[in-house]
Write a protein that binds this ligand. Structure first.
Ligand SMILES: [Zn+2]
Length: 99
């Protein structure tokens, strides 16, 4: 794991903890910092990061608190409190690609 990847990992944890503690703005700062590191280093953001952050407002999403998670026609639809949503296809649990 590269230094950049480790920093992104750490920022993801910080963002999650901040979001759970109700510090939404602080969580956003961590999310933005992690995105910037990924861009600069041209590395992909981990799936965990992409699934739990809003592309529209950079919020760290906590289902039940600032995000709604629903399944629909083979997709998971995550709706952020800002109104932005993201859809992810899901597969059977025995698939390698299952989340
Ligand atoms: Zn949002």
């Amino acid at each position: 794991m590269s230094v950049a990847e480790e920093r992104i990992d750490r920022l993801t944890e910080l963002a999650r903890d901040a979001a759970r503690a109700g510090e939404a703005d602080l969580a956003r700062q961590y999310v933005r910092r992690a995105r910037r590191i990924a861009e600069r280093n041209r590395i992909a953001l981990p799936r965990r990061f992409k699934r739990f952050t809003c592309d529209r407002c950079d919020a760290y999403l906590v289902p039940g608190r600032n995000a709604r998670v629903r399944t629909r026609d083979g997709h998971v639809v995550v709706t952020c409190g800002c109104g932005g949503h993201a859809r992810y296809p899901y597969r059977r649990p025995d698939s390698d690609d299952a989340v």
